[in-house]
Every structure is written in C-alpha cells, then in structure tokens.
Design a protein around this ligand. Structure first.
Ligand code: TXA
Ligand code: MG
Length: 350
C-alpha cells in the first residue's frame, strides 16, 4: 500500500526525508511535490527503477524521463559536456522551472532516456524536492505523477487518484506553485530550441543567451513528418480530461455567446456539460456547470488552476467541456499548448 507523508514545505528538515530516501535507494518509487507539478520519482541511474516508473504511469517506454538534481556537481556526472549557454541559463534559472537537454554520460542508462543519447535535466525550486535529492544523494528521474494521458497532478490528492497502490510513498507538500510543467530547452545545438513551453518564456531565455528557437510542433496539431516534435512526449494525447473538450477562440463576447448556445443545446439533449470560465465571464454563462479557472488579470492563476479544473470535471462526470481560449500574455503559449493537447486540438474560432 502507498504511504502518505505530509510535510510542511516551509519547515523541511533533511531527516524528514529518511524513509523516502531509503525507498529510492531500494529502487522503489516516491511521488513528491516540485514547484511545477508533482513528480513520480525513482533512481535515475537504475534501469529497474525507470521500468517501474513507466509501469506505474502506463507510459510508453520510448518517452524519456527528466532527471532532477540538487547541485551542479550532480550535473557534471550525468552529461558529457556543459555548453557555455547552458551554464548561463543554469546560473539564471536554476533552481527553477527549466529543463535542459544535454548529451548524456555513460552513467545514465538508456532505460531512463527512452533510448536517446541525450538526457533531460532540471534543478527544481522546491524545498521538499531538493531535500529528497540531497538526503538520498540520488539523481531522481521523475515524470509528472499522473497516469499517462491524464492531467498532471497539482495536489497530492491527484497523485493518490492515479497512483494509490502502485508506488511506495507520496509526499504531500500541499499545492504546487506554478501548475504547468517546466520549459524544456534543447541545449545540444548551437541555437537552443524550446521543445515544451512553460513558465520560463522565450524572451526570458533570449535575454540571457541571445537567439532561441521554438520547436514548430509545439502549437501545431500537424504532428506529421514535417513537424515531428523533438520531445517525444509531446506527440502523445495528453493532459486529457475524460469529457470531450472544445476550445472557443475569438472575441470574448462572441465566445461567451457561442458557448452558451452549444451548452444550452447539449443540456437539452440531457448531456452533462462543463464550462471553463474566468472571473470576468463566469456570471454570463446561462447553462452548464461553470468552473472558474482564474482571472484574466492574473495569468499565473490560470496556469495554476488549469489541471485542477480538468480533474474536477472528471469527478463531476461531465461529458462535454467548453473552454475559452487563453492566448494572451507571457504564459499564453504555455497555457494554450496544454489546453490544445487536452482538447485534442478541437478549436472553434468564432
Ligand atoms: O515540470 C516538470 O518538468 C515535471 C516535474 C515533475 O519536474 N516533469 C515532467 O516530466 O513534466 P514528464 O515526464 O511528464 O515530461 C517530460 C518531457 C516529455 O515530453 C519528454 O518527451 C521530454 O520531457 N524529454 C525528456 N527527455 C528528453 C530528451 N532527452 N530529449 C527530448 N525530450 C525529452
Ligand atoms: Mg507529464
């Protein structure tokens, strides 16, 4: 059975991590909070631990894991080379919601990297995650702690829903801060390439290292041979609620009208409907179960609430979900990338 350990993230002591660290040393799995989403951790240098992670998530094993470190010494052991630009980005953004791709050293098994010769590495900015890495002295491989295809967990409760009985321990450190996964940047080419958008934006990266490119597959559903995403995980249907999600984009007045119309029609058919609304629009919806994801004045709040709202609709057993689009602001790319994937790219422009 899965043990739950509650820890106050404001008062983390290394000794609180003893049991969790021991589980990792034995090759077992521990879910823990990071500042982005909850991670499902195992020893990143052991093939058997990686196998268990894939099994617990039901994740295809060609989809590589991110290794979490607590200091730059650990990085040196996992990669063959640290490019100058990566040093600059690490200085500026680590610990933080940035994952960088490097050429892997021999220490990192192919079982962790999905057969790739590169490895994804991140230094999380969360006292529990850092304490767990330090106490165990293990480079922790951790994908998001959700069942493959489901929304990533932003609360320990979400991890319980997906992982209860499948892993040894869950550390409950409360709600995460950011709510969407880290920005992934490939540092193996001269010009860094963003493979997954996140809280750290292109502009923030370019301020430190100059030109940065974006993998074209990120905001496109054209995942064909021209736009094959470089992060293998980006090709799978992902973050998906059980209900059928459609995004409505365009002038907000028209969006509200269109959602009201379709939600009304569906309800007449006797179907349960959910609506993802904002503080600004919530009172204007006349049908459906209206859930507020946040305020348009605070996009960080929308990022933080997105996965929770999708899971809440699962609990409510909603069959159809309609959402406003969120393209504006610094986080617009990151939020829309998740929402589009959750919707299987069903978008109606009004
Ligand atoms: O915020 C996060 O990054 C969270 C927390 C737990 O740290 N982790 C996370 O891991 O989102 P996961 O496994 O759900 O997503 C990892 C992504 C996948 O899309 C995977 O394909 C990509 O990183 N990735 C991992 N290693 C890679 C590599 N060597 N080359 C390209 N993409 C890689
Ligand atoms: Mg994930």
């Amino acid at each position: 059975n899965t043990k739950i350990q509650v820890i106050d993230k404001e008062q983390v002591k290394l000794e609180d991590m003893k049991e969790a660290a021991q589980i990792l040393k034995n090759g077992g799995l521990v879910a823990f909070p990071t500042e982005t989403v909850y991670g499902l951790g195992g020893d990143g240098l052991r093939e058997d631990a990686a196998k268990k992670i894939y099994q617990a998530k039901g994740r295809p094993s060609d989809n590589p894991l991110i290794i979490h470190i607590a200091d730059m010494d650990m990085l040196g052991k996992l990669v063959t080379e640290i490019p100058e630009k990566a040093k600059l980005l690490a200085d500026k953004f680590w610990p933080g919601p940035l994952t960088m791709i490097f050429q892997k050293s021999e220490k990192v098994p192919l079982g962790t990297t999905g057969g790739l010769n590169t490895v994804a590495i991140r230094m999380p900015n969360h006292p529990i995650a850092l304490a767990l890495i330090r106490e165990s002295n293990i480079a922790i491989a951790a994908p998001s702690a959700n069942t493959s295809g489901r929304p990533s967990p932003t609360l320990a409760k979400h991890v319980m829903e997906d992982m209860d009985g499948k892993i040894e321990m869950i550390i409950d450190g409360g709600a995460v801060g950011i709510g969407i996964e880290s920005t992934i940047v490939d540092m193996t080419s001269e010009i860094p390439v963003i493979l997954r958008p996140g809280y750290i934006t292109k502009a923030m990266l370019e301020e430190v290292v100059g030109k940065v490119e974006i993998d074209k597959a990120i905001l496109s559903k054209n995942i064909d041979k021209n736009f094959k995403p470089k992060a293998p995980g980006m090709k799978y249907k992902h973050y998906a609620p059980k209900g059928d999600l459609t995004i409505y984009e365009g002038d907000i007045e028209k969006v509200v009208d269109a959602i009201n119309r379709i939600a009304g029609e569906k309800e007449k058919e006797g179907v349960k409907v959910g609506i993802i609304a904002t503080e600004e629009t919530k009172d204007r919806y006349k049908a459906g179960n209206v859930v507020v994801v946040g305020s348009r004045k605070n996009e960080a709040e929308i990022a933080q609430g997105l996965y929770r709202v999708l899971r809440d609709f699962d609990d409510m057993q909603v069959e159809y979900i309609y959402s406003e689009g969120f393209t504006s602001g610094q986080l617009g790319n990151a939020i829309m990338n998740r929402l589009l994937k959750a919707a299987g790219y069903q978008v109606i422009t009004v």
